[in-house]
Design a protein. Structure first.
Ligand code: 8Y7
Length: 276
């Protein structure tokens, strides 16, 4: 069971985290109001499609992306959190900035998804006293530089060692273990070979039975494998989601909730020998 603010998420079947992207490059340059209603509509559609939780992000973490200011991030996030205040699933906010974490938690977020795994000064303190869930993700470098310098002797061992340190830091600050999720951070400072190794050996990443999250949906590693542009990576994303689930992922961070749900339903039926 994952503690996630006022929510308790069962971890007996893989959960789907629907992605809601508030970065301007994912919209067509409309005004902020249009963006808010588009984002809220996208969020509600993800919930209708069966999302168990949503991940709302207002700063791009794509390779090469430049940072967004705290004010701008909050200007994008807060109206959407407010509009989704009555929704039935936990809202995760994708941020590494302590002030944004505090504001998000004060405005209805139940989870913080941090690509820096609470390494920014003040980040652990920002989440410690709330009951929110926290996703600790591995990244080598920063989004601006990470693809230029990806190097590991043993990617699985190094990612796991990093996660172990971040778990210790969180526990030492009083974040209970039932609030923690781990994520190897596919494509965050990794070559294709590293990403494939992490997926192939995903089950080896677990630490103290903490739940693992996998975010592979539409990513460049799928583009490299299939030769497809981002708009044509659904089939690759579904294959990766099923594989990650097979290898122990408890939460899948995805763009295509309805399709992933169907793919997982087939996988689960075959596993269980019956339709649930
Ligand atoms: C991940 C993520 C992104 C991921 C977690 C994208 C914010 C890039 N990827 N957070 N965020 N794990 N925890 O293509 O893999 O979605 S952004």
């Amino acid at each position: 069971m994952l503690r996630c603010g006022a929510f308790r998420l069962p971890l007996t079947r893989p959960l789907l985290m629907g992605i809601v992207n508030l970065t301007p490059d994912s919209f067509s340059g409309d005004g902020l109001d249009r963006n808010i209603s588009a984002a809220v509509a996208q969020a509600r559609q993800q919930i209708d499609a069966g999302a168990d939780l949503l991940d709302i992000g207002a700063e791009s973490s794509r390779p090469g992306a430049a940072p967004t200011s705290e004010d701008e991030e909050l200007r994008r996030l807060l109206p959407v959190l407010e509009a989704l205040g009555d929704c039935s699933v936990p809202l995760s906010v994708d941020t590494y900035k302590p002030a944004v974490m505090r504001a998000a938690l004060a405005n209805g977020a139940s989870m913080i998804n941090d690509i820096y795994a609470l390494r920014m000064p003040g980040a652990i303190a920002a989440v410690a006293d709330s009951g929110c869930a926290v996703c600790l993700m591995h990244m080598q470098g920063t989004p601006l530089t990470m693809q230029a310098q990806a190097a590991y002797a043993d990617v699985v061992a190094e990612v796991q060692a990093f996660m172990r340190k971040r778990v210790s830091a969180a526990l030492a600050a009083g974040v209970a273990s039932d609030r923690l999720l781990l994520d190897p951070g596919f494509c965050f400072g990794k070559t294709l070979q590293h990403n494939i190794e992490l997926l192939r050996r995903f089950d080896e990443l677990s630490i103290d039975d903490l739940p693992l999250l996998a975010g592979i949906s539409r990513k460049s590693m799928l583009g490299t494998i299939t030769g497809r542009p981002v708009a044509q990576r659904l089939a690759g994303s579904l294959a990766a989601a099923v594989l990650a689930a097979q290898r122990g992922a408890r939460i899948l961070r995805v763009h295509d909730v309805a399709e992933t749900r169907d793919a997982l339903a087939v996988w689960q039926a075959a596993n269980a020998g019956c339709v649930a």
